[in-house]
Design a protein around this ligand. Structure first.
Ligand code: 13P
Length: 257
C-alpha cells in the first residue's frame, strides 16, 4: 500500500504573503527530493485551498480540507460543504479531529453525518479517532477506539468503506511532544483492522489505510511509521515548516526504496 503523509496546517498562514512564502518553500524543497513514492496531502485553512490546489501540481501531491459541513448547500451561515471544497480542488478532508471534538463539540453522530457527505461527494475522508490520557490510564483505549469507529461508520455504504482513511491520534499526543511507543500504535492499528475485518471481511478491510498522528517529526518517524504495517502519518506542527515536513517524506521514501 502506498504510504500517505498528511500535513494538517490547522489555523495558520495568516496573510497572503505568508501563504505564498510557504508555497514557494514547499515547491523548492519538494524539487530537492531525489524521488517521491509516498502520497503527500496538505490541508490548509479553507481560504487557502484554491491557491494550494493551483500551485501544488506535483506528482503524488494533493490538497485536503480540515473540515466540512454535512449538507451540500443552503442556509447554513458560516459553513462550507464537501462539494465546495471539492470544486476548488480538494481530494481529501480531515474529519472529527480531536480539536473539533474539543472546541466544537463534534460527537460521533456529527462526524458520521460529515463522513457520509464526504463519501457521497467523492472526497477521501481522513477520520480521526483517539483516546484521552484518562482513558488510556484506565486501560480503555481499545474500547474507546472501537466505539468511536462504530459511531462514525453507522449506515456508511459498504461500497465506500475502502475509500476511508483512519488516523489514530491519541489526544494526549497531539501538540504535546509525547508519543506512544511503536508497539502501542501497532496495537491500536490491529484493533482497528480486526474490527473492520469482522464488520466487512478481510479483502475490504485490508484496503483501508490507517495513519498515526500526534507530535510526529523527522526524529520519531522511525518509531511511529516505519513498521510495514503502518500506512502513513498525520502531521501537525512540523507540516508548517516545508523542509521539516519533507524530511519525513524523504525518510519514508528511502525506506520504501
Ligand atoms: P502535532 O503534530 O502538532 O502534534 O499535531 C497533530 C495533529 O493534530 C495532526 O492532525
Amino acid at each position: 500500500m502506498q504510504k500517505l503523509v498528511v500535513g494538517n496546517l490547522k489555523m495558520n498562514l495568516l496573510t497572503i504573503a505568508e501563504r505564498d512564502c510557504y508555497l514557494e518553500a514547499f515547491q523548492r524543497d519538494f524539487e530537492k527530493l531525489s524521488k517521491n513514492s509516498v502520497e503527500i496531502v496538505l490541508c490548509p485553512p479553507f481560504v487557502h485551498l484554491e491557491k494550494f490546489a493551483e500551485k501544488l501540481k506535483m506528482k503524488n501531491v494533493f490538497v485536503g480540507a480540515q473540515n466540512i459541513f454535512w449538507e451540500d448547500r443552503g442556509s447554513y451561515t458560516g459553513e462550507v460543504s464537501s462539494l465546495m471544497v471539492k470544486n476548488v480542488g480538494s481530494k481529501y478532508v480531515i474529519l472529527g479531529h480531536s480539536e473539533r471534538r474539543k472546541y466544537f463539540a463534534e460527537n460521533g453522530e456529527v462526524v458520521n453525518a460529515k463522513l457520509k457527505a464526504a463519501l457521497q461527494d467523492n472526497l477521501i475522508p481522513i477520520v480521526c479517532v483517539g483516546e484521552s490520557q484518562i482513558e488510556r490510564n484506565d486501560g480503555e483505549t481499545a474500547k474507546v477506539i472501537v466505539q468511536q469507529i462504530d459511531q462514525r461508520l453507522k449506515d456508511v455504504p459498504i461500497s465506500k468503506i475502502s475509500e476511508i482513511v483512519f488516523a489514530y491520534e491519541p489526544i494526549w499526543a497531539v501538540g504535546s511532544d509525547v508519543i506512544p511507543t511503536g508497539d502501542n500504535i501497532l496495537e491500536v492499528k490491529i484493533t482497528i483492522r480486526k474490527m473492520l475485518v469482522e464488520k466487512y471481511g478481510s479483502s475490504l478491510a485490508e484496503k483501508v489505510k490507517i495513519l498515526y498522528g500526534g507530535s510526529v517529526n523527522s526524529k520519531n518517524i522511525n518509531q511511529v511509521c516505519l513498521d510495514p504495517q503502518m500506512d502513513g502519518v498525520l502531521v501537525g506542527r512540523e507540516s508548517l515548516i516545508p523542509n521539516e515536513f519533507l524530511k519525513i517524506v524523504e525518510i519514508l521514501n528511502n525506506h520504501i526504496a
